[in-house]
Design a protein around this ligand. Structure first.
Ligand SMILES: Cc1cc2nc3c(=O)[nH]c(=O)nc-3n(C[C@H](O)[C@H](O)[C@H](O)COP(=O)(O)OP(=O)(O)OC[C@H]3O[C@@H](n4cnc5c(N)ncnc54)[C@H](O)[C@@H]3O)c2cc1C
Length: 804
């Protein structure tokens, strides 16, 4: 065993082996994998080995494509077969809603370069004769699906890594981790200590326990998972070609051929967590006791839909545990506050994802950037509110919904309400329908008095539509009141605050009492965030961004350490906020403050402390609605009083509460982008139309030279706005954009812009097409809808309202 390595990867499952391979491939030869037993000794060895490219997040789908393509490469390098069976796959729809969903998956596949195909029930039955056609309405065919040999894949990664110089220490357990003052790690094993520059936790079933060695409670939980293997099925034995990989959503089952029978697995509604608090270290190559009763309801549906499997009978039942994060996506990346400590865990679909996870993590470690948009997998997407019990509730929910449709307007109920602000009950009394944002409840819209505050889930316009229209009307004509506590807030203070911010952000900093909008770029000049920054006092900046990205921002800030005379603090809910927006908002607020709110005295983008009634607040003249508006920030103990005051004072002005759905509609008609939709690390600021917020003349800042290159080269694509001839269903994001009969781009957001009464979509198209206005179509639920690209925002294109 070496005494020093550049990176120690803990865990020899498929994920750890892939990370090791990708580190070695990226040029880090002095790397070692440490495995407490044999390779594959966690979840990996008893996996069904199924693989597919389709994923709800297009960026994850791309990494899944990469994983599947990689098998050829590691087979060639290692000489080890991965046992790839690329059979193709069918996703069967049994309901009209599922059929719609498949159409949307198919459409998304178009711009990802997938060759998916919608097929009729008859065609599906030709491809997969075991199905009883009566239960289905159609299917989606994917040629890039199948299964692999889990052991073969893991060994192929491991051998390929070894051939590039990596080492593997089997039967060696990491028992503790101690950080040295220089940020490197002592990896203490039962065979001695290795000093490592970097540590990767790829501990799979034990990733939680490895995390605890460094004081980290990772939000992952293992669930028991069962599949059956049937006896020989004559139709399968007689088939000249291998059976397809099949998902039957209504039965909540997946299937593939195993020998001359079928393997059938299920994600049952009442799943069972395994080792909820602590995974035993002595768990090895053993299976859990089978419990057919638990999966009986799914099996019954499966047997009805595929009668030959029931006829053949069950030969074997496999029950094994594997881990999930609360939303079912992997947890990868560096951990804030723990230098040189990385995670690659919670990977529930190792044979579709481990290659992409290894590539992204190795890129992050070697180049300082994953090289992809990994937002959906980033460990920073959970905060410390994701406790053990929260994770337990959410993982169970996610498991039970594995094959259920998640509608774009659907809010999941588990672990809620969890975090609430002081006005939660006030909003509830007004019939708010709530959503969960980073564990915090916020109002989505307000249902009519006397009706049930529930939104019906749908791909089309929902029962919220008329209420949201009224909320938008109030903002554009009178005044609306929105809670904004779920925005992310930071304070940067101290003598060096301004100079540190000037290095970190792409725009110059505001004068005292003013606000600027600024993107934050990474070294490749891509968008890492967008903020409004207010200078409250000479050495005090108040920053507003996206709450869900709080950890992600903090981690980035830590990489660009601030000097000793600067303090950076995430405020979380230390400040909560309310926003007034609409043409009457000034008159309303003026009645409550002594300060002069006239445009001459308090123009657009002003920020200052003022008392609102008796309540000490910070007030900014800014609103994401694009209207005249104010954001008012207070300590939580003042929020109820502020809310009551504004509601009472707002009566003569026709004040109406509005929620996130109306805000979305209002920002679309202003063509305002937002983080994780229009602004992501795959886009540059010039592509995203943020040119006016980049100041390349001020001083050097992170990403400046790459941004200048983008500017001089000219962006490859551009963010544009469309009006869409929709019919009851609007774009939601991730639809393909067609131009003159060809798929050329994708949407990032969409919806109905109520005040201008138009269906709107934002999206990216190649720069060469961005000048065209006609010839565009956006594919919404399988229908190509005519779309016009527009040059200016639909509402108040000159921005006169917000400056009024
Ligand atoms: C029944 C079943 C069916 C499945 N079917 C599929 C499928 O069809 N398709 C699919 O893609 N996925 C499937 N999976 C999921 C798949 O198994 C996982 O995605 C994958 O195995 C996760 O790999 P991993 O490397 O993260 O974790 P693991 O396989 O758990 O590996 C972790 C490794 O780390 C080692 N380790 C942990 N702590 C230490 C330590 N302190 N010191 C040294 N070594 C340590 C462990 O011994 C273990 O070998 C299935 C899982 C099960 C249980």
């Amino acid at each position: 065993m070496k005494s020093h390595v550049q990176a120690a990867v803990i865990g020899g499952g498929v994920v750890g082996a892939s990370v090791l391979y990708h580190l070695a491939k990226a040029g880090w030869r002095d790397v070692a994998l440490i495995e407490r037993s044999e390779l594959t000794s966690g979840s990996t060895w008893h996996a069904a080995g199924g693989m597919h490219t389709i994923n709800g997040d297009p960026n994850v789908a791309k990494l899944q494509q990469y994983t599947i393509e990689l098998y050829k490469e590691i087979e060639e390098i290692s000489g080890q077969s991965c046992g790839v069976h690329l059979t193709g796959g069918l996703m069967l729809a049994g309901t009209a809603e599922r059929w719609d969903w498949l159409k949307m998956v198919n459409a998304r596949g178009r711009y990802l370069g997938m060759k998916l195909d919608m097929v009729s029930v008859d065609e599906a039955a030709k491809l997969f004769p075991l199905m009883d056609k009566r239960h289905f309405v159609g299917a989606l065919y994917d040629p890039i699906e199948g299964h692999v040999d889990p052991w073969g894949v893991t060994v192929a990664y491991a051998k390929s890594a070894q051939l590039k110089g990596a080492e593997i220490y089997r039967h060696t357990r990491v028992v503790d981790l101690k950080q040295r003052s220089d940020g490197s790690w002592d990896v203490i094993t039962d065979k001695g200590t290795i000093h490592a520059q970097h540590v990767v936790n790829a501990g799979g079933l034990w990733a939680r326990e490895v995390g605890r060695m460094v004081g980290l409670e990772l939000p992952i939980l293992a669930m028991e998972h069962q599949y059956i293997i049937s006896e020989e099925i004559p139709e399968v034995a007689a088939s000249p070609s291998e059976m397809l990989h099949v998902v039957d959503f209504e039965g909540e089952i997946y299937m593939r051929q195993e020998a001359k029978g079928m393997l059938m697995g299920t994600y049952e509604r009442h799943g069972k967590p395994w080792s909820e608090r602590q995974t035993p270290w002595d768990f090895g190559h053993e299976l859990l006791a089978s419990d057919l009763d638990r999966i009986a309801p799914s099996l019954e549906v499966g047997f009805r839909h595929f009668p030959a499997i029931e006829k053949a009978g069950i030969r074997k039942v496999i029950n094994g545990p594997f881990t999930f994060a609360p939303d079912g996506n992997p947890l990868i990346g560096p951990i804030r506050g723990l230098r040189n400590f990385w995670v690659a865990c919670g990977v529930m679909a190792g044979f579709s994802q481990a290659g992409g996870v290894g590539l992204a993590l190795a890129g992050w470690m070697v180049d300082g950037d994953p090289g992809f948009d990994v937002w959906a997998m980033d460990v920073a997407r959970f905060g410390d509110w994701a406790t053990l019990a929260y994770t337990n509730a959410k993982v169970r929910e996610n498991y039970s919904r594995r094959f259920r449709i998640r509608f774009p307007n659907e809010e999941l109920p588990a672990a809620r309400p969890l975090r609430t602000t002081p006005i939660y009950d006030r909003l509830k009394d007004r019939n708010a329908v709530f959503g969960d944002y980073w564990g915090l409840e916020h109002a989505l819209w307000f249902a009519p008095k006397g009706s049930e505050a529930v939104e019906q889930t749908t791909f089309r316009r929902s029962n919220a539509h008329p209420s949201v229209a009224e909320e938008c009307h109030a903002v554009r004509n009178d005044v609306g009141l929105l809670e904004i506590s779920n925005y992310g807030k930071f304070e940067v203070t101290g003598p060096g605050a301004e100079s540190w911010l000037m290095q970190t952000m792409a725009n110059r900093m505001p004068a005292e009492g003013r606000i600027v909008l600024t993107p934050m770029l990474n070294h490749r000049g891509k968008l890492l965030g967008d903020f409004t920054i207010a200078k409250l006092e000479a050495e005090r900046f108040f920053i507003v961004g996206i709450y869900a990205a709080e950890n992600h921002y903090l981690r980035w800030f830590e990489r660009h350490p601030w000097p000793a005379d600067v303090a950076v603090r995430a405020c979380a809910t230390d400040y909560v906020g309310l926003s007034l927006a609409g043409p009457k908002s000034r008159d309303l607020l003026q009645g409550l403050v002594r300060d002069d709110l006239s445009t001459a005295a308090f123009p657009f983008l002003s920020f200052r402390r003022m008392d609102v009634g008796m309540i000490p607040a910070m007030v900014g003249r800014i609103s994401f609605t694009g209207d005249l508006g104010y954001e008012i920030w207070v300590r939580p103990d003042w929020q109820r009083a502020l809310y009551d005051l504004l509601v009472e004072a707002g009566k003569p002005f026709g004040l109406k509460n509005f929620g996130a759905r109306a805000l979305h509609s209002l920002r679309l008609e202003k063509s305002f982008g937002t983080w994780a939709r229009e602004y992501r690390p795959i886009y540059g600021p010039y592509e995203a139309g943020l040119d006016r917020f980049i100041d390349v003349r001020k001083n050097d800042f992170v990403g400046r030279s790459a941004a200048v290159e983008e500017r001089d080269r000219g962006p490859e694509r551009r963010l544009v706005t469309f009006t869409v001839e929709a019919d009851g269903a609007d774009a939601i994001g991730d639809e393909p954009v067609w131009h003159e009969g060809e798929v050329v781009g994708w949407t990032t957001s969409g919806g109905y812009a109520h005040s201008v009464q138009k269906s709107v979509a934002l999206g990216y198209v190649p720069a060469a097409r961005a000048g065209a206005t006609s010839g565009f179509e956006i594919e919404i639920i399988g229908q190509r809808r005519r779309a016009m690209r527009i040059d200016e925002p639909l509402f108040d294109p000159k921005g006169l309202r917000m400056r009024a």
